[in-house]
Ligand binder design. Sequence first.
Ligand code: SF4
Ligand code: SF4
Length: 91
Amino acid sequence: MNINEKLSTLKYNKDKESHLTVDNEICKQCNDRVCTHICPADVYEWSEETDSLIIRYENCLECGACKIACDKKNIKWRYPSCEHGVKFKNG
Ligand code: SF4
Ligand code: SF4
């Protein structure tokens, strides 16, 4: 089963507010932006146009890898509020 097939077994209930927040001023100074490479769900994308980090939190798999990988400790991470976030379709 490839990653896209695995992702298709999940469903998402979008929270009203992001459970992932960053200080964008710190992200502006970040050279490698590892969050944009490590996330299996492509949640993070750097926008040259707005000079800011786009965070598609509604796609988050809640694996926690980004929080560990950010060497600036700039990702404030919590679980989505009750009944929100990711679940298995058949779970
Ligand atoms: S790795 Fe951390 S500091 Fe760098 S862009 Fe991502 S969240 Fe911002
Ligand atoms: S917790 Fe995992 S899936 Fe969610 S944004 Fe971080 S790396 Fe991506």
